[in-house]
Ligand binder design. Structure first.
Ligand code: PLP
Length: 461
């Protein structure tokens, strides 16, 4: 019997390095003022540890860089397209594969040809660009997460699941003819990167079949979801992640993917479908705005890198390390008494700023106050998911978001455990000073997607 070791290590060694952006506290204070307390306005080389997003920020492997050199840049019928098509077909089993430049392009194309006024799309939770594209078509987007998904303090195995009973009753209420598709997002990004169970997917798929509604998967993080199933769901411990992934795809009729996550690339995406009528219309839309169907707005080399990334991401050494490294950060913060959304997700740890900074009301943006302090204290960049992102003004009155969170999203294969230990040390320091953190005041914000460009300033002491 092979001895098994407890410590899960980074399953790679480093071949190319990029220096981090060290700054002094005084420099960071000036940079924050200059950026009007909005970390989107900070130049990346002034950031020490960048947890803004896990999207397109991962490191590629030597094999991916080698594949990039093999890229065929022919306009039509490039060899790289067939390499890519074969890889996506082998993984998903779907017949028609359309490359796109990133996830939201797949959303816009699919929603454009299938949705429209009077229609409703149901989901465990729409990611924000998915929702925006459903709504831009004139359709409505309705989230039906399981109730425990909204309780941040209680841990659960599959808090990404959909409420199947709510699904069935909504389908009856709305009428299946008004529902162009049901979307399952794996993992559930909007609600903490929580996984969906195979059992839930099977049940949702059964309801969809009963009412003849296509089930489409949003699979930005399918591999992380597959490994959570292996670790947590009875009956899957001895199945390979690749095998579990193939079963996931078998329960649906198609998928959209942002390859910037689990295809381990910096740009790319695809739409994969079985229905020839949908595909014909999607292909037309694709040519109109993305490009010829064998490149879809990407270079041939990007297709090669995606094909290779889709294989590498299912390596179980990689997935064990990936989920463990996120959990490791969660464990460290929990030990300090920092309130996090339980359990840590597959790609990020979320801090409950409402509980961490109870002296700052939602109108003082407690999440953003923590985001700014993480940068000021140590150059760590994170993102607020709270009233700055989702709060509104209605008849002059402030309407807060339902939650005040800070997301620490971990790029793939980029940071090591000592970087994470450093972040935990910074949190220990901030936790001691938490009651002295100051509220922020919003000076200026556009009406849509305000958090990208909003300007703020600290309230006077
Ligand atoms: C990132 C993401 C998208 C959008 O993809 P982009 O590549 O950013 O356009 C869609 N759905 C989910 C779940 C995502 O995480």
């Amino acid at each position: 019997m092979e001895k098994s070791w407890k410590t899960i290590i980074e399953p790679f060694r480093i071949k190319t390095v990029e220096p981090l952006g060290f700054t002094t506290e005084a420099e960071r204070e000036a940079i924050l003022r200059e950026a009007c307390y909005n970390v989107f306005a900070i130049p990346a080389d002034k950031v020490l540890i960048d947890f803004l997003t896990d999207s397109g920020t991962g490191a590629m492997s030597a094999e991916q860089w080698a594949a990039i050199m093999r890229g065929d840049e022919s306009y039509a019928g490039a060899r790289s397209f067939f390499v890519f098509e074969k890889a996506v077909r082998a993984l998903t089993g779907y017949r028609y594969i359309l490359p796109v430049h990133q996830g939201r392009a797949a959303e816009r194309i699919l929603m454009g040809v299938t949705c429209g006024p009077g229609k409703t799309v149901l989901s465990n939770s729409h990611f924000d660009t998915t929702r925006a594209n459903v709504e831009a078509s004139g359709a409505a987007a309705l989230d039906l997460p399981v109730p425990e998904a909204l309780d941040f303090d209680v841990s659960g195995l599959f808090k990404g699941d959909m409420d199947v009973r709510a699904l069935e009753s909504k389908v009856r209420e709305i009428g299946p003819e008004h529902i162009p598709m049901v979307i399952m997002t794996l993992t559930n990004n909007s609600l903490g990167g929580q996984p969906v169970s195979m059992r839930n997917l099977r049940e949702v798929s059964q309801v969809c079949r009963n009412y003849r509604i296509p089930l489409i998967l949003d699979v930005a993080r399918f591999a992380e979801n597959a490994f959570f199933i292996k670790l947590r769901e009875p009956g899957y411990a001895s199945r390979s992640a690749a095998d579990i992934a193939r079963e996931i795809f078998s329960h649906a009729q198609g998928c959209m993917m942002s390859a910037k996550k689990d295809a381990l690339v910096n740009i790319g995406g695809f739409l994969a479908l079985n229905d020839p009528e949908w595909v014909a219309r999607c292909r037309e839309a694709l040519i109109l705005t993305e490009g010829f169907p064998t490149y879809g707005g990407l270079a041939g080399r990007d297709l090669e890198a995606m094909a290779q990334g889709l294989v590498e991401v299912l390596d179980e050494q990689y997935l064990a390390y990936r989920l463990r490294s996120v959990e490791y950060l969660g464990d460290g913060l929990r030990r300090l008494g920092v309130p996090i959304v339980e359990p840590p997700g597959g790609h990020a740890v979320y801090i409950n700023a409402k509980k961490f900074l109870p002296h700052i009301p939602p109108s003082g943006y407690p999440g953003q106050a923590l985001v700014c302090e993480l940068y000021r204290a140590a150059g760590i960049r994170s993102v607020e998911i709270g009233s700055l992102m989702f709060g509104r003004r209605q008849d002059g009155a402030f309407v807060p978001a339902p939650m005040e969170l800070v997301r620490l999203a971990i790029p793939r294969r980029v940071y090591t455990q000592s970087h994470i230990d450093f972040v935990i040390e910074v949190f220990a320091d901030i936790a001691r000073r938490a009651p002295t953190l100051r509220a922020l005041r919003l000076l200026e914000s556009p009406s849509r997607l305000a958090h990208f460009t909003a300007k703020l300033m600290p309230e006077p002491v």
